[in-house]
Design a protein around this ligand. Structure first.
Ligand code: YOG
Length: 135
């Protein structure tokens, strides 16, 4: 039985989001706005089927996938690239690989109690985010 990430999670820490955005080629003005945001993650999980919504006052992003099934991800409203994306379990961790123009792109989520962790990677940059369960 996989763990269940379902719920609402509020960001409490965001380390090197700036470096991650630079690696994605996000322009200065957008980075300054984005760096102020306090994203909320809404996870909807039914076994191996997921929707992850990232909500902010500036832009929202949503991704739906099934574990192990590659899909075309368009990072609309983010860096607007096309990726061939696959998410797999690594024990209880969710490990995403986003193949495309950017090398070494992906993310990993894991949970410890009411804390949700996210590491976002692009090229040589790693952004480390921490969320606390709010619902
Ligand atoms: O989530 O990969 O949980 O899809 C990365 C933002 C800022 C827009 C968000 C809006 C990268 C301007 C993580 C931020 C910066 C800056 C919130 C999305 C790009 C543009 C929408 C992500 C995964 C893992 C699930």
């Amino acid at each position: 039985m996989p763990v269940n990430y379902s719920g609402t999670w509020d960001i409490v820490d965001n380390h090197n989001f700036e470096g991650y955005m630079v690696a994605l080629g996000i322009d200065f003005a957008t980075r300054k706005i984005a760096g102020m945001l306090k994203p909320q993650k809404i996870f909807e999980q039914d076994g191996d089927s997921f929707t992850i919504k990232t909500l902010t006052t500036f832009r929202n992003y949503s991704s739906s996938f099934k574990i192990g099934e590659e899909f075309e991800e368009i990072t609309k409203g983010l860096d607007n690239r096309k990726c061939q994306t696959t998410v797999n379990w690594d024990n209880d961790r969710l490990v995403c690989i986003q193949k495309g123009e950017k090398k070494n792109r992906g993310w990993t989520h894991w949970m410890e109690g009411d804390t949700l962790y996210l590491e976002l990677t692009c090229e040589d940059q790693i952004c480390k985010q921490t969320y606390k369960r709010s619902a």
